[in-house]
Design a protein around this ligand. Structure first.
Ligand SMILES: [Zn+2]
Length: 158
């Protein structure tokens, strides 16, 4: 997936690697800074569309928000449907990321205890990083110092 230049990219984020099943096949997912320039996602496919033996999806670490989700969905769709053309993969991934980021979808998702447990762990790590001034969470650092993390959404109810 080619980088969309106007979107915000954090400096090098945390690398991660895990296995994920996609249509009954186990794929390796890597969130890594080891990516070609101007590429934010890669799916390990042969030119004939069949997955290669090591079946790896790579997404640039440090991406965030809806664009990060867009990249993950994009590479997932390539892995799941290798013969789907780039235009359809791109549009479906963008639409899916947008759908998942809607409040109507996020709210029930975040109300799940398991998801809240992960969110608390992540926020706890951000707070520890903020105290030790680790550089990979600049957006949060700015948010906490300038407004205590309060939403500045003017449409919020008082
Ligand atoms: Zn693509």
């Amino acid at each position: 997936m080619k980088r969309k230049p106007k979107l915000k990219i954090l400096i090098d984020g945390v690398s991660a690697e895990f296995r994920q099943k996609i249509l009954w096949r186990r794929w390796k997912f890597q969130f890594t800074s080891d990516m070609p320039p101007d590429v934010d996602g890669l799916c390990d496919l042969n030119l004939d569309g069949r997955p290669r033996v090591d079946k790896t999806v790579r997404v640039r670490s440090g991406l965030e928000g809806e664009y990060f989700l867009d990249c993950v969905c994009h590479e997932f769709l390539h892995a799941a449907f290798p013969f789907l053309n780039e235009e359809h993969v791109e549009q479906a991934a963008t639409d899916l990321a947008q759908l998942i980021c809607r409040r109507e979808v996020l709210e029930p998702l975040l109300s799940c205890w398991g998801v809240q447990k992960i969110a608390r762990a992540v926020i706890g790590q951000w707070e520890r990083d903020l105290i030790t001034m680790k550089p990979h969470t600049p957006a949060l650092a700015m948010d906490l110092t300038e407004g205590g993390g309060e939403a500045d959404d003017t449409t919020a109810e008082a």
